[in-house]
Write a new protein. Structure first.
Ligand SMILES: Cc1cc2nc3c(=O)[nH]c(=O)nc-3n(C[C@H](O)[C@H](O)[C@H](O)COP(=O)(O)OP(=O)(O)OC[C@H]3O[C@@H](n4cnc5c(N)ncnc54)[C@H](O)[C@@H]3O)c2cc1C
Length: 549
């Protein structure tokens, strides 16, 4: 019998398996519903564009959203070893210190202030560029600065012309400005947590990895999780854990599994004929996500990566990568972006931008009529709207009902409009003048905030960052306590994106990595590293020179 069963071999699960099995006297089983990460596109940074559809995701759609004209949205979530870290866009950002300080002071999550979690960010990071008190250079996770596409460089210049200062490092405690993103890559290859953490440990005799193994239920006896039921090769199987069951099935998978196991809101479970083991009303609540809105411009020539849609150019790029490990194949496409204010009353920037030197890269976004385009998308980083994950039925094979409830709060919609206006401002700067022929989306005819609001409602889409559905908190109503233990049960923790009480002000993977690193210490009872007070909370005051900024 293993000591620990980890359910879900995604970003967090691979880290926990690697860290917990460092002790040879402890045995660990990692269970992943999806296949091994053998698809070659996973490992090519550019392969991201193929990942938002296809066989390595769960194929979810959201429930119709009231504030998005009743639309459903495709909702790509990974179903493969490495989870999101195997299919994501590899943009490496931590959020801002104030996010974690808020968890600590406002949500009662003792031990989660930025000073206390910074040592875990540093422990994880093997940065190829930045060192010093904010960064790690020896950690397992490859973090690299890229060789940006020429059009990406144009974006960074245009953003400065629009009034955003250049920012070299988005992870040094301050975010405002525009610059080049670092990515979770190492020497031109994706650095997923499966590659960075798990693979080097798979020879350990105390660690067992099982892929294509879906956990259908956590088994609870006398108030304690004692094991799981697995469905593998069409057969059900019971597996017992000596110490703990650790759930890392992600912001959709974790609440689903708890509820299927009878842990969740009693009335909802009862409605599906599930025996209530533990009434925990907030399981599946508090789901939230970033809501992207894309501004797409048409280029007057093949200045971006759209030229690689042609076979001839693909062959050139393939050869460059094969010979030198460089070029467009080694790029995550989303090479630059920035952070700026929509609401000036906010202490830290509240809008994040991603620039893509192409159009129609991700699932659900069309390309431009002329064939060559570029995309500047933005989202409000601290949405106030809250939704839920609930069960469709008691059958583990059924997808849950996912309702991020985007734009339910008017405030979020206003920030989406701000994001579009700032994106337009950047794309209309002199640096872009010789490349852009016209705005494709929303299109020049879409003028004024009311028209942009309609556009955001019709075109807003998930930025693939669901969090919060098994909320951590100091209060009795939270799903997990600050040690990530499921309230009211023994031997059971949730340690993934679902525990974030509030989403971080950026992409989410780095924060999940930190959560898993910290969870590993908490699970084995290792003392937490000393808090590290090494960022400045200075906020700059605007400084933009254009009318909008
Ligand atoms: C398309 C996409 C692009 C993204 N881009 C970025 C980016 O550029 N930068 C960034 O920082 N973040 C990005 N993210 C977000 C980031 O990757 C996620 O926040 C992170 O991966 C979440 O980690 P997790 O461990 O909580 O869940 P996941 O990594 O999703 O892992 C959950 C795992 O559990 C498995 N599982 C679920 N249910 C079961 C079950 N019942 N039994 C067994 N296994 C189960 C799943 O198959 C999955 O592998 C992106 C995400 C996506 C999907």
């Amino acid at each position: 019998m293993p000591d620990y069963i980890i359910v879900g071999g995604g970003t967090a699960g691979c880290i926990l398996a690697a860290r917990l099995s460092e002790d040879p006297d402890v045995s660990v089983v990692l269970l992943e519903a999806g296949p091994p990460d053998t698809d070659r596109y996973i490992h090519l940074p550019v392969g991201f564009f193929k990942m938002t559809s296809g066989p390595l995701i769960w194929g979810y759609d959201t429930a119709p959203g009231k504030a998005i004209d009743g639309r459903t949205m495709v909702y790509p979530q990974a179903r493969v070893l490495g989870g999101g870290s195997s299919i994501n866009a590899q943009v490496f950002t931590r959020g801002c210190p104030q996010d974690y300080d808020g968890w600590s002071t406002e949500e009662g999550c003792a031990g989660w202030s930025y000073a206390e979690v910074l040592p875990y960010f540093i422990r994880s990071e093997g940065n190829d560029t930045f060192a010093g008190p904010q960064h790690g250079i020896d950690g397992p996770l490859g973090v690299s600065s890229g060789a940006p596409h020429p059009l990406t460089r144009v974006f960074v210049k245009a953003a400065q012309q629009a009034g955003l200062p250049f920012r070299a490092d988005f992870n040094d405690g301050q975010q405002e400005g525009a610059g080049f993103y670092q990515t979770t890559t190492r020497q031109g290859k994706r650095s997923s947590t499966a590659v960075a953490y798990l693979k080097p440990t798979l020879g350990r005799r105390n660690l067992t990895l099982r892929t294509d193994a879906t956990v259908s239920r956590i088994i609870v006896e006398n108030g304690r999780a004692i094991g799981v039921e697995i469905i593998a090769n069409g057969r059900a199987e019971l597996l017992r854990a000596g110490r703990e069951v650790i759930v890392t099935a992600g912001a959709i998978g974790s609440p689903k599994l708890l509820m299927l196991s009878g842990i969740g809101p009693a009335a909802h479970l009862g409605a599906h004929g599930i025996k209530v083991i533990h009434d925990l009303k907030n399981v599946g609540q508090n789901l939230h996500d970033h809501m992207d809105v894309d501004v797409v411009a048409e280029l007057n020539g093949p200045h971006g990566i759209d030229r690689y849609k042609k076979k001839r150019w693909q062959a050139v790029a393939g050869l460059e990568y094969a010979l030198f490990g460089k070029g467009p194949v080694a790029s995550n496409i989303v090479e630059a972006g920035g952070f700026w204010w929509g609401d000036r009353a906010e202490k830290t920037p509240d809008i994040q931008f991603h620039f893509l030197p192409g159009a129609g890269v991700e699932e659900g976004i069309g390309s431009v009529p002329g064939g060559n385009g570029c995309t500047l998308n933005s989202y409000h980083v601290r949405p106030r709207s809250r939704g839920s994950v609930t069960l469709r039925s008691a059958d583990p094979r059924d997808p849950p009902v996912i309702d991020p409830n985007p734009f339910a709060e008017r405030y979020d919609l206003e920030r989406a409009i701000d994001g579009i206006e700032i994106s337009r401002e950047i794309l209309s700067q002199p640096a872009f003048a010789k490349y852009i022929s016209r705005e494709h989306l929303p299109g020049a005819a879409t003028k004024g905030r009311a028209a942009l609001e309609a556009f955001a409602r019709q075109h807003g889409r998930s930025a693939y960052h669901p969090v919060g559905s098994c909320r951590m908190g100091g209060d009795a109503d939270s799903v997990v306590d600050p040690e990530l233990r499921v309230r009211g049960l023994g031997g059971l923790r949730v340690c993934d994106s679902s525990v974030m009480p509030g989403i971080v002000s950026s992409n989410t993977n780095a924060a999940v990595i930190m959560i898993a690193e910290k969870a590993a210490d908490m699970i084995v009872g290792r003392s937490q590293p000393p808090a590290q007070q090494s960022y400045s909370s200075r906020n700059i005051e605007g400084g933009g020179k254009s009318a909008r900024l």
